[in-house]
Design a protein around this ligand. Sequence first.
Ligand SMILES: NC(=O)c1ccc[n+]([C@@H]2O[C@H](COP(=O)([O-])OP(=O)(O)OC[C@H]3O[C@@H](n4cnc5c(N)ncnc54)[C@H](OP(=O)(O)O)[C@@H]3O)[C@@H](O)[C@H]2O)c1
Length: 201
Amino acid sequence: MTSLEMSGDSAQMKPVRLIAAACNDGGIGKDGEMPWDLPSEFKNFRSHVTGVSRPGKMNMMVWGKLCWYSVPKLDFPLPNVLHAVLSTTMETVPDHAHFLCHDLDIAARLAAQPPLADLIETIWIVGGTQVYKDALKHPWCDLVYLTDVMADFDCDVFFPEFDRGLFKKQEGFPDVPSGIQEENGIKYRFQVFKKETGDAV
Ligand SMILES: NC(=O)c1ccc[n+]([C@@H]2O[C@H](COP(=O)([O-])OP(=O)(O)OC[C@H]3O[C@@H](n4cnc5c(N)ncnc54)[C@H](OP(=O)(O)O)[C@@H]3O)[C@@H](O)[C@H]2O)c1
């Protein structure tokens, strides 16, 4: 499928959740790659994006085009996940991905309507910047998983500013390790922000 035009009411809205790791100035990437190597942080990321409540369910991951092409093909595509790549210019589904969508809302509606509606549990937004920006405004967005990498890195791509009055930092959130972690000499901590007003599911 090269593009998807969906219309009508969403039958089964799926939660739209952002997941990212950002350093001190909000940087998330440099020269098309991750600025740091944090295998345990990646393991946590993988556990969230692949996690489902019961067998037979799957999640959808939504990627910007550059992110999709930048990730190691040893790790991706992740098993048991449907991968949707966003692009306004591509015409065919990128290798190893499942869907090409022209915007986030098309991907979200795809997951909410047959035949995927009974399969998909969560839509995970995995960057880059514009995809995160669009997801933060999406009515079905309810959670932001944002690892705080407590160090300075030279970055050229940044996580967008967001309203921390609307998205409130959670304490003791389920399945999220607490406290400061350290790996390869880099300190980091897992954080979750929950949208507490609006149309979130
Ligand atoms: N630290 C982290 O957690 C993290 C997470 C993700 C990414 N990253 C890093 O971020 C960098 C890549 O991010 P990026 O922002 O430069 O690029 P990107 O979002 O991956 O790709 C940009 C392209 O994707 C398409 N696109 C993006 N948002 C779209 C939208 N909402 N609707 C339709 N198409 C959309 C557009 O393609 P067309 O021009 O074809 O329309 C756009 O030119 C890499 O360095 C990566 O390692 C880090």
